[in-house]
Structure formats: structure tokens, C-alpha cells
Design a protein. Structure first.
Ligand code: BTN
Length: 266
């Protein structure tokens, strides 16, 4: 499957003379991992805004050390950024990217939601995911790579959904192809990061929570039932636990870090 660079650049120019964002695009047929390629380019001096796109990956990386199956037809891209954040806030990059991408797709009429912390969901199924990797020096993030995988026309498992087929069921072709989807994702990441930088985590978090599909979900932690009530500024999931203290029902709130519990797909 050919990726049309010119078409992507046209979408990014959005009718203006200059692209609104200084993305530097590196497009490949096949790579082990676009995240790894961005790190390799950074080692060779690549600047923030460098973007790697591959039409397929042979060793795509997912969250929690999982593999991200990446056959042709899917969107696989990674972007280099140089955030000014403390390492304890590194999840804010994922929250910002998830919100930015979801809200850009929603403007195209695609009813994307977010599943904590980093999944893009459509019709309660996984449409895509975000993997943020960081380099840290003295407690500060010096460089980061934001990697995004979205199911466009690739085969998906039972719990997944691909956007091209979904659009067919809706009789809608708002996203015309992989190049337009790529442009929306790049602009979405950019607007999410701008929101974080310019407006701050409180505003970003309120927007993220607006698109979060998990509020009110029930989940067990150490055999106790909890209800999802929100997300902390560090990206932890806030749970209200129902606990009995002898005869009295007390409600205590806890928060759990990404990767410690799974909310799953029904
Ligand atoms: C997840 O597990 O939900 C996150 C998956 C992120 C996959 C993308 S595909 C492009 C980029 N390169 C990688 O190796 N991984 C990310």
C-alpha cells in the first residue's frame, strides 16, 4: 500500500502557504517500530516535530511491553517532542495526545471516546492506542516520542474496530484515506500538547474527562468493588471504593496507576 506524501502535505497545509506546524516527515514502507526510528533519528540530531510514518511495522511496540500487530492498512506514526515536564507528570503527554486526537476525529463526525489511559474507542471497541516513551534527566523529561497506532483498513481482533469499515456502516466518508487520517492525528497531537502547555493540566483534564468512556464503570481492586470517578492530574484512575467498617458503609477514594488494573473491553 502506497502512502501519498504530497496528499498528506496538502492536508497539513490546510490551504495556507506554510504548514501551520513545522513537521518534518519521514515516510517508510516497513519498519520494525516507528517509535524506535524516531529515537534513532533523535540520536542523529533530529529536532522536535520530526515525524516517522510506516505503512507497516514488524516489531510494533504496545503498552506494558506488549507487541502491537501492525499489518498494512493501519496507521503507524511517531513524533519527537521536547516537553518541559517533570517525570511524575509524564502521563500528561498521553492524556493530551489522546484528547487532541479524539477531539479532532470528533470534529470529522467520528464519535471517538477515550478509554483510560491511552485507548481510542469507537462503539466500545478499540480503534487505536498511544505509546509515549520518554528520556529523563534529573527528574525532568528531556525528550519524548509519542507513538500512535490507529486501525484504518487493517484486520482487527474481536475487541477492535477499523475506521474505514465503520465509516461504510455510517454511510460517511469524512476521512477519505490514510493520509487524511494521518493529518488529523498529527494536528490532534499538536493541539493536545498546545492545550497542556498553554492552558494547563486542569483544563486539559476536564476536556479529557469529557471524552472518557469509563466514568461509572465498576472494577475490583484487591477483591473490593470500586467505581470510576475520574483521573488525577498525574494520569492515575480515581476510584470510589465501597468498604464496610464493621456495620457501616464508608466510601473511600483511591487512585491506581496506569498498568496496575485493566478496564477491559466488554
Ligand atoms: C497500545 O498498546 O495501546 C499503544 C499502541 C501504540 C502503537 C503505536 S504504532 C506506532 C508507534 N510505534 C510503535 O512501535 N508503537 C506505536
Amino acid at each position: 500500500m502506497e502512502f501519498d506524501r504530497q496528499l498528506l502535505e496538502n492536508f497539513l497545509h490546510l490551504g495556507r502557504k506554510q504548514p501551520c506546524i513545522p513537521f518534518s516527515l519521514h515516510i517508510f514502507d516497513s519498519l520494525p517500530s516507528t517509535n524506535q526510528m524516531v529515537w534513532d533519528l533523535i540520536a542523529q540530531g533530529a529536532k522536535p516535530g520530526s515525524v516517522v510514518i510506516a505503512t507497516q511495522q514488524t516489531a510494533g511496540r504496545g503498552q506494558w511491553g506488549r507487541q502491537w500487530l501492525s499489518p498494512a492498512g493501519g496507521l503507524y506514526l511517531s513524533m519527537a517532542i521536547a516537553p518541559q515536564l517533570e517525570v511524575t507528570n509524564s502521563y500528561q503527554l498521553t492524556l493530551a495526545s489522546a484528547w487532541g486526537i479524539a477531539s479532532h476525529l470528533r470534529k470529522c463526525g467520528i464519535t471517538v471516546g477515550i478509554k483510560w489511559p491511552n485507548d481510542l474507542v469507537l462503539n466500545r471497541r478499540k480503534l487505536g492506542g498511544i505509546l509515549t516513551e520518554t528520556r529523563v534527566f534529573q527528574g525532568h523529561i528531556t525528550q519524548a516520542v509519542i507513538g500512535v497506532g490507529i486501525n484504518w483498513a487493517n484486520p482487527v481482533p474481536e475487541t477492535g474496530i477499523n475506521l474505514k469499515s465503520w465509516q461504510t456502516t455510517q454511510n460517511d466518508q469524512a476521512i477519505s484515506g490514510l493520509e487524511m487520517l494521518t493529518a488529523q492525528v498529527l494536528l490532534g497531537i499538536q493541539s493536545g500538547l498546545e492545550c497542556l502547555n498553554n492552558e494547563g493540566i486542569s483544563i486539559l483534564l476536564s476536556r479529557y474527562l469529557h471524552l472518557l468512556t469509563n466514568i461509572g464503570d465498576h472494577v475490583y481492586v484487591n477483591n473490593l468493588l470500586g467505581t470510576v470517578v475520574g483521573v488525577t492530574p498525574e494520569g492515575n484512575l480515581r476510584l470510589q471504593m465501597a468498604e464496610y467498617n464493621r456495620t457501616e458503609l464508608i466510601k473511600a477514594e483511591i487512585s491506581v496507576e496506569p498498568g496496575t488494573i485493566s478496564l477491559g473491553y466488554s
